[in-house]
Design a protein around this ligand. Structure first.
Ligand code: HEM
Length: 221
């Protein structure tokens, strides 16, 4: 892949790219969750919503292109920033000292790749026609039936639950860092910034968890 030059090649530029691609991905995750929550309104509502997304193919593919570009920018910039940090301190610390950091921050390098694996599984599970990884018959038109049949299998629901916890940790630290990179770094707004990052992460966690758990409990069937 071509190496960025100019502002984008600096650490500040790389962090700005990380923040902007992250912002697009946060927007997608929230919109996707709000759309998916229509499962609680019944099959007509969710399937009509899914149909409306596909109504204008050019728009759908434009949105997919933006999403894919954001993922590529986010992942490649993350790799570059990790390599740069390792080059700046090739020896590592003799004793880990975590005074001013959080569990979510320390696990970004693990939650990121695991989320990429989850997304690959998720696409194979619910999107790619004829794959339906997780032992159910995939319908190209009945998204509601796919969700119910997909999440009726306990180990599949389990994968989603674990992935949503990872996503919440990643979102918490990601939103916190994104706001800092985009300029919201004044000490006076540290508290609201933390509250916003925690609030959004918890909201997405609750919304996304409610779907596999709702199917497992028989609330959605
Ligand atoms: C419990 C949580 C989730 C549920 C119930 C869910 C449900 C779905 C369903 C039903 C589809 C297929 C839609 C269709 O065929 O029209 C889909 C597609 C997709 N989901 Fe999810 N999803 C969840 C979480 C996530 C998360 C956390 C991410 C990313 C971080 C994600 C990324 C995607 C992507 C990229 C697609 C493909 C969209 C496209 O067609 O271009 N999903 N999801």
């Amino acid at each position: 892949m071509a190496q960025p030059t100019g502002f984008l090649s600096t650490t500040v530029g790389q962090k700005a790219l990380m923040a902007l691609s992250g912002l697009a991905l946060v927007g997608f995750v929230i919109a996707h969750m709000l759309g998916n929550l229509q499962v609680f309104l019944g099959p007509e509502a969710l399937n009509a919503y899914a149909r409306s997304l596909r109504a204008v193919p050019a728009l759908l593919w434009a949105a997919r292109a933006v999403l894919l570009l954001s993922v590529v920018a986010h992942v490649s910039t993350a790799i570059r920033l990790v390599q740069r940090a390792a080059a700046a301190r090739p020896q590592g610390y003799r004793q880990a000292h975590h005074a001013a950091t959080t569990y979510a921050a320390r696990t970004m390098k693990i939650s990121g790749p695991l989320l990429a694996l989850f997304i690959a599984y998720h696409l194979a599970h619910l999107t790619f026609p004829g794959v339906a990884m997780g032992g159910y018959i995939h319908s190209p038109t009945d998204v509601y039936a796919n969700v119910v049949a997909g999440f009726s299998i306990p180990w599949v629901a389990g994968i989603y639950v674990v992935a949503q916890v990872l996503l919440a940790l990643h979102l918490y630290h990601g939103i916190w860092s994104m706001l800092q990179s985009l300029g919201a770094s004044h000490p006076r707004i540290v508290q609201p910034r933390r509250a916003l990052a925690q609030g959004l992460a918890l909201l997405v966690l609750a919304g996304n968890l409610s779907i596999p758990i709702g199917v497992q409990l028989g609330v959605v069937r």
